[in-house]
Ligand binder design. Structure first.
Ligand code: PXL
Length: 286
């Protein structure tokens, strides 16, 4: 039987730096999922470490592409949004979700990392990202983005299990039934990705080894593999393990080669591991 999952990935494409659509396309493709890119912007590089970038805003393209897909009878199993270049793009993502009501709605609220906002995001765009979060089934903020969405300062100190559960539940109260927060330090000394499945009131954590470098694009990689796993039928903890273990492997490989941080992880070297069937069982209850 031919069963091909198809995702509309509304994200930017950065020419250099291995992030956004440049990593989403290959990673979901090797998982057997068709990614249809809907570029929000075309950038020479990502915005972190290469100086002034060339950025072409694709805001006007998005609703036109949507109209074409609807009139051509093209269906999507998932609408997955990420880096947005303007406030109007929030409305366009919502229009995509409205046009494909049965599609899984994944919002990666890309806004910042390491306690800082990316330079192209201002207060108004961050506020509007909250509207998209409210319409999502699943969100995948890192800790910086979770703090922005909750309107709290970036937590510099490790978080207790009860603080993490509160953050997850408060984010879920905004609309999404599933919330995953990445790059969290717990008070019991672990670095992990944590998740909440509101439908089953289940909390999960997937620990990983901390590497003292922050490679761009790893959040995009995590969100795309998590989404791919869920579309292939993974449960939340299994999809979280699939995404965490691949990101950890890619980061450790890149660190081991001493490759330049700003160029992202050595995805080309690591991609074959995504094709292998492995056991994804390093999760625990939070
Ligand atoms: O990986 C997140 C991301 C996506 N897109 C662009 C970015 C960044 C992070 O810096 O600059 C353009």
């Amino acid at each position: 039987m031919h069963e091909q999952r198809r995702v509309a990935a509304i994200h930017d494409i950065s020419g250099v730096g291995r992030c956004s659509l440049s990593v989403i396309l290959p990673s979901m493709s090797v998982m057997g999922i068709q990614v249809c890119p809907v570029p929000t912007a075309l950038l020479s590089t990502h915005t972190n470490g290469f100086g002034e970038v060339v950025l072409k805003d694709m805001t006007e393209y998005i609703p036109e592409a949507l109209s074409h897909y609807v009139s051509a009878g093209i269906d999507f199993d998932c609408i997955y949004s990420g880096f947005l270049a303007s406030q109007a793009q929030v409305s366009h993502c919502l229009e995509f979700m409205d046009s494909y009501k049965s599609a899984l709605r994944v919002v990666d609220p890309v806004m910042g990392d390491g306690g800082r906002r990316y330079r192209t995001y201002d207060d108004a765009l961050c506020r509007r990202m909250g509207e998209l979060v409210a319409a999502a089934d699943i969100i995948t903020p890192n800790l910086t983005e979770a703090a922005i969405l909750l309107g709290i300062p970036y937590p510099n100190a490790p978080l207790t299990v009860s603080e993490l559960k509160q953050m997850l539940v408060k984010l879920a109260a905004k609309g999404p039934k599933t919330v995953v927060i990445t790059s969290v330090m717990t008070a019991d000394g672990e670095t992990c990705n944590v998740g909440y499945d509101g439908e089953h009131s289940a909390f999960w954590r997937v620990p990983y080894e901390m590497i003292p470098k922050s490679y761009p694009g790893t959040g995009d990689l995590f969100a795309s593999i998590l989404t791919g796993g869920l579309l292939l039928g993974d449960s939340l903890p299994i999809a979280m393990c699939r995404a965490t273990s691949f990101c950890e492997y890619a980061i450790k490989t890149t660190f081991g080669y001493g490759a330049p941080v700003r160029e992202g992880v050595l995805l080309e070297k690591c991609l074959p591991m995504l094709v292998e069937q492995r056991s994804y069982t390093q999760y625990r209850q939070l």
